[in-house]
Design a protein around this ligand. Structure first.
Ligand SMILES: Nc1ncnc2c1ncn2[C@@H]1O[C@H](COP(=O)(O)OP(=O)(O)OP(=O)(O)O)[C@@H](O)[C@H]1O
Ligand SMILES: Cc1cn([C@H]2C[C@H](O)[C@@H](CO)O2)c(=O)[nH]c1=O
Ligand SMILES: [Zn+2]
Length: 199
């Protein structure tokens, strides 16, 4: 006799900016809806680039999402009936999200989390390394390097600001391969060519 058992799990979709993480997340959300699953979608309120209450791809694909300022607010909005919980830009969420995700997956929920694995310095971003370690399924996408056209696993920040977090899109970032990616560390503190130095 076949006994249907709902099996919870964590799926992580990672990669640099422009690699198609949001498109892939939206694709999985749409297919879960076609399968008549009850789906809840969240995003950090911090990410207001295209829309406050939707996840959106650079190619204008969109899906409604509940904006939350932190994991406590997310927990408050969770629907006990949800079978699929999807989250975008998860690198911006706090550590409190980890036990929440584990609890959901332990209780049969399919959790799908999209976000940057690396910041613009090529370093692990926020809680992402922990989620990658805990996930059953990891999809690592690549973009196209804007310098040489190779596959790109990194994100270049094109403006000179310190700090790990700078919300933005193509005006502030571009995809780069390992070879073309520059970090302040690799360039002795010089992020990009500084015209003032005449280099
Ligand atoms: N350098 C690039 N490489 C690949 N796709 C690009 C590039 N620049 C723009 N795009 C567009 O971006 C789309 C992917 O956008 P999407 O928002 O899904 O990426 P993302 O990985 O979620 O980015 P982000 O981390 O900024 O949210 C591609 O389908 C393409 O139309
Ligand atoms: C690469 C990188 C992106 N971001 C932001 C830009 C976008 O708003 C979001 C990625 O979709 O993350 C940072 O805050 N820091 C970074 O180092
Ligand atoms: Zn390159």
């Amino acid at each position: 006799m076949f006994v249907h058992q709902r099996q919870g799990s964590l799926e992580v979709i990672c990669g640099p900016m422009f690699s198609g993480k949001s498109e892939e997340l939206i694709r999985r959300i749409k297919r879960a809806i076609i399968a008549k699953q009850k789906v809840q979608v969240f995003k950090p309120a911090l990410d207001d680039r295209y829309d406050v209450s939707a996840i959106a791809s650079h190619s204008q694909r969109k899906h409604d999402a509940i904006p939350v300022k932190d994991s406590v607010e997310l927990a408050r909005h969770l629907d006990p009936e949800a079978q699929v919980v999807a989250l975008d830009e998860v690198q911006f969420m706090d550590e409190g999200l980890i036990p929440i995700i584990e609890d959901l997956a332990d209780h049969g929920v399919r959790v799908i989390a999209g976000g940057l694995d690396q910041d613009s310095n090529g370093e692990p971003f926020g809680i992402m390394p922990i989620l990658l370690a805990k996930a059953e399924y990891v999809t690592k996408l690549q973009a196209i390097c804007m310098v040489c056209g190779a596959l790109a696993g990194r994100t270049q920040r094109m403006v000179q600001t310190g700090g790990q977090v700078l919300v933005g899109a193509a005006e502030a970032y571009e995809a780069r391969c390992r070879h073309c990616h520059e970090t302040p560390h690799a360039t002795g503190g010089r992020l990009l060519e500084d015209p003032a130095q005449g280099s």
